[in-house]
Design a protein around this ligand. Structure first.
Ligand code: TXE
Length: 483
């Protein structure tokens, strides 16, 4: 497992430089310094990757699920055996605490591979018996070469979340990690070589979204695109892929409500709400960034929440005591700080945080933001409508179910929602009315990989996870045989 400064593409089993021979600076956001270079690939590299994937497809798609299971499990084992290297790479690339990468990102990456390697062994299709007339059966076959494009917030976690079902189902893949966090994808390429993944089955092309990413979406031999990222980029991708009738899976932004009733288990709610607000520096599309608290609990919640937020430790991602690392880039830090300024203009009161955190010593140039809590905003102001994607939450009181449902459903997004109440009848009723793809009741981020994962409205199209993913990455054919 080589962790070197010059990241390479992985095409037809070889680690190679881009044809352009030009590279992009890759920053360590906690240090605010360039620490590696990534290929500035273009459509020529993408074309080579697609040809490699096409070459590998006939064998990979017919070697049988048992062989695909074994190889994907070997890749998962190698990731697990090299957990420390992967976790360090993830932390250096994203600025997130090493403890988080070790506990969440990397274990979930090898869990994704094992989950789909085993799922494909049990993946069955339907049959419909017309009694005396005929028998129908559904054949599900792999699509061919598919494109997987992933973002910077949970790099290997989301990269493998797409690649694993695609490969398990017998497709071959051209994948592009975010140009801001490519290191663990590079380590994954090395793990695939070590595991004996046949050349061309997985190809990783690094580079800018508008260049290498767009070339994957545009390539006529790429049959489907699975994308996770911003809603704006999702719209661009859809505008290119839809007229070419490519299958599309789009996991986009969120502006998720966290609804807290006075009858909740206060301590459990408080501990979890700290995580759902600020985990990964608030850079998770599932974070609950709009907190609605039942009116008579609001003052108690506000005092305790602010007190605990102010205790969060920000700084050195390598320290086990750190709760908050750096955000992913200087540009993203400025975007988030810009939203805090907007909140003030819109009448918000900053209860804590609200500014960049200057960390002493070697991290003095890092991109750190103090976890921020804002109150006093209208539910329909821009701060409460737009995805900030940083350590910033707004809090507000509500009096009735009707009022809080109106607030919760008032944005263009519909990804996830959290509801805290001991009254399960109420929980059912609220969950039913929320415009979201995922509703957590008395918990957050509890994930069963078999469940459908995705959002409604501008949070995306389609669902990932379990059978949904295997069906996305296969074509269904109904065969009807007359007796
Ligand atoms: O996403 P982008 P970014 C949200 C969050 C964040 C915003 C932008 O609000 O601030 O999206 O984040 C590639 N054709 N989420 O910049 O630009 C790009 O190279 C093909 C929510 O990361 O969408 C990268 O690999 N590909 C999200 C990937 O798309 C293109 C998590 C994501 O980049 C492309 C991350 C193009 N035209 C951000 N343009 C979530 N739902 O979890 C870019 N890319």
């Amino acid at each position: 497992m080589k962790f070197d400064k010059n990241i390479k593409n992985y095409i037809y089993g070889e680690l190679e430089n881009p044809l352009s021979a030009s590279f992009i600076d890759n920053y360590n956001p906690a240090l605010g310094q360039v620490y590696s270079q990534i290929p500035d690939s273009d459509e020529r590299d993408v074309h080579r990757a697609v040809k490699a994937a096409q070459r590998a497809f006939p064998t990979w798609s017919t070697i049988g699920v048992e062989k695909r299971f074994r190889i994907l499990m070997r890749v998962a084992d190698i990731i697990e055996q090299n957990l420390e290297t992967f976790a360090l790479a993830e932390s250096m690339d994203t600025g997130k605490p090493l403890s988080l990468a070790r506990k969440v990102d990397i274990p979930r990456a090898h869990a994704n591979l094992r989950f789909f390697a085993t799922s494909i062994m049990h993946f069955s299709a339907e049959s419909h018996n017309m009694e005396k007339e005929a028998i129908n059966f559904t054949l599900r076959s792999p699509l061919g070469v598919v494109g997987c494009i992933s973002p910077w917030n949970l790099p290997l976690y989301l990269f493998t979340w797409k690649i694993a079902p695609a490969l398990a189902a017998g497709n071959t893949v051209v994948a592009k990690p975010s140009e801001m966090t490519p290191m663990t994808a590079y380590l994954l390429a090395q793990a695939c070589i070590e595991a004996g993944l046949p050349p061309g089955v997985l190809n990783i092309v690094n580079g800018f979204g508008h260049k290498a990413g767009q070339a994957i979406v545009e390539h006529d031999d790429v049959k489907a695109i699975s994308f996770t990222g911003g809603t704006k980029t999702g719209r661009t991708i859809a505008s290119i892929a839809a007229p070419k009738f490519k299958k599309l899976s789009l996991e986009l932004g969120g502006k998720n409500p966290n609804i807290i009733y006075a009858d909740c288990d206060f301590e459990k709610m408080m501990k979890t709400t700290l995580r759902s607000s600020f985990a990964n520096q608030g850079q998770i599309c599932l974070c609950g960034s709009r907190i609605f608290v039942e009116r008579h609990l609001y003052p108690i919640f506000k005092e305790e929440f602010v007190k605990r937020v102010q205790k969060l430790k920000i700084g050195d991602p390598n320290s086990p005591k750190t709760d908050q690392g750096a955000v992913v880039s200087k540009a993203h830090m400025e975007k988030v700080l810009g939203y805090i300024e907007l909140a003030k203009k819109e009448g918000g009161r900053i209860l804590c945080g609200g500014e960049q955190k200057k960390v002493k010593g070697k991290f003095e140039n890092g991109y750190f933001i103090k976890p921020t809590v804002i109150e006093g905003l209208a539910h329909d102001c821009r701060t409460n409508q737009e995805e900030i994607f940083g350590p910033v939450v707004t809090i507000m009181p509500f009096s009735t179910d009707k009022e809080v449902i109106k607030y919760a459903n008032s944005t263009e997004f519909g990804l996830s929602a959290t509801v805290w109440t001991q009254d399960i009848t109420k929980a059912h009723s609220i969950a039913e009315q929320l415009e979201a793809g995922i509703v957590w009741v008395n918990t957050w981020m509890t994930r069963d990989l078999r469940t459908p994962f995705g959002g409604t409205k501008n949070s995306g199209v389609g669902r990932e996870g379990g059978l949904e993913a295997l069906r996305f990455f296969t074509e269904a054919k109904n065969v009807c045989i007359q007796f």
